[in-house]
Ligand binder design. Structure first.
Ligand SMILES: [Ca+2]
Length: 404
């Protein structure tokens, strides 16, 4: 029976060996798994760090872009960047330390170069601001060169387009460049004291439509209309080269002007066949008489969506800035406005009470007629038109993130 004992001992040894091998295999598998997990965690950490670093350097570059864009505003910036050479194609403004600006080509001896200290010194960026040029080195502008009310890139009218390029750098040495094209909001196209598209009646001896520039030297016609003008009761109309230009080919897209500016509205209203009484969106300082220009330093943008009806402003309404009306506008009683009035429909000035609009009016009405009477004084004022857009934030026309 010994062999059977021996054989039992052999079996026990074999089983012990198998347990040992299985245990060793298990340890091996666990080791491989944990090393794999550690490697994968390390990779993920590295990816997260790279992602964080990439985002960080992007925001640093963006801070530089914002530094340039905010300081190019004509007003409203504490330390503005004035483009003192708007027709110099080589003009370059640098924002950065002298060392960082030097890396981007800044030379203190170059009269076309100007250097500005960064607004934010806690992060490292260097910015260059140049004029956008065409292939013949002409300065490209953003403005309404063809008088349809819609700005476009051109070489004659409007504001110079700026190319703002900002290179951000983090303490770990990551770099990224963000580049934008930005421009000041161009002036609203206002070719006359009163521009209309429908047949227009001017009535009453106390109605004055004056195209001679009352705050500058840019004289325009009193009225430009795509239709005709009838006059009743001896209103006064002046302007240059003519007081009234009828059947004009000029075609201003008043809807496009409104759509562009209503984004910046300081007051917006949804109304339908509504009368607003005694509204105040600023108080112009009147001139010596109702036939003189008023003045005002406030800038409101008031937008009325009338849902294809009208809004009537009555009872001593006043305002400074831009009045935008989607629909028809009716003004009854005393009314003082300094700035620009743009209406997609027709415009009616009636009733008693002195009315003074200093700046310009655009009415797009093509069905109803425009009627201006009731002590209305519409006085062209180039400064009053220009004032309304130059304080607005710059528009970004194009944006690019350059990898580096
Ligand atoms: Ca245009």
């Amino acid at each position: 029976m010994r062999p059977s004992v021996l054989s039992e001992e052999g079996c026990l040894r074999n089983e012990r060996g198998a347990v040992l091998v299985t245990g060793l295999l298990l340890v091996l598998v666990l080791t491989i798994l944990s090393v794999g997990a550690m490697m994968s965690t390390a990779t993920e950490l590295k990816m997260a760090a790279n992602d964080r670093s990439s985002k960080q350097v992007f925001y640093v570059a963006e801070a530089g872009v914002e530094d340039g864009r905010s300081r190019l505003q004509s007003s409203g910036s504490a330390s503005p960047i004035n483009d003192n050479a708007p027709s110099n194609p080589s003009w370059t403004a640098f924002i950065g330390t002298p060392t960082r600006a030097g890396e981007k080509g800044y030379q203190s001896s170059n009269s076309s170069h100007v250097l500005f200290t960064p607004l934010n010194s806690s992060v490292d960026y260097v910015v260059t601001i140049t004029h956008k040029l065409d292939s013949s080195s002409n300065i490209l502008k953003w403005g309404d060169s063809d008088g349809d009310g819609i700005p476009e890139e051109n070489t004659s009218a409007g504001e110079p387009i700026y190319v703002i390029s900002s290179e951000g750098r983090t303490p770990t040495g990551a770099e990224k460049t963000v580049k934008i094209e930005a421009v000041r909001v161009p002036v609203i196209t206002a070719p006359a004291a009163l521009y209309t598209e429908a047949s227009t009646t001017l009535q009453g001896s106390s109605t004055n439509v004056l195209g001679m520039d009352h705050c500058g030297t840019h004289n325009v016609p009193g009225v430009i209309t795509r239709a005709t003008v009838s006059q009743n009761g001896h209103p006064t109309v002046t302007g240059s080269p003519v007081p009234i230009e009828e059947n004009s080919t000029q075609n201003i897209d008043t809807q496009a002007i409104i759509n562009r500016l209503k984004k910046n509205a300081t007051s917006s209203y949804n109304v339908a066949s509504s009368t607003q009484t005694g509204m105040n969106w600023g108080t112009p300082t009147p001139g010596a008489t109702q036939q003189d220009a008023s003045s005002c330093s406030q800038h409101n943008i008031v937008y009325f969506n009338t849902q294809s009806t009208y809004v009537k402003l009555s009872g001593g309404t006043s305002g400074c800035g831009v009045l935008l009306v989607d629909g028809d506008l009716s003004v009854n009683g005393g009314f003082q406005w300094y700035g620009v009035i743009v209406v997609t429909g027709s415009i009616t000035f009636l009733g008693g009470g002195g009315k003074n609009v200093t700046g310009g009016i655009l009415a797009g009405g093509s069905v109803s007629a425009d009627l201006v009477g009731g002590d209305a004084n519409i006085i062209y004022c180039s400064q009053g038109i220009r004032n309304q857009t130059e304080y607005l934030p710059l528009i970004t026309l194009r944006w690019a993130e350059l990898f580096s």
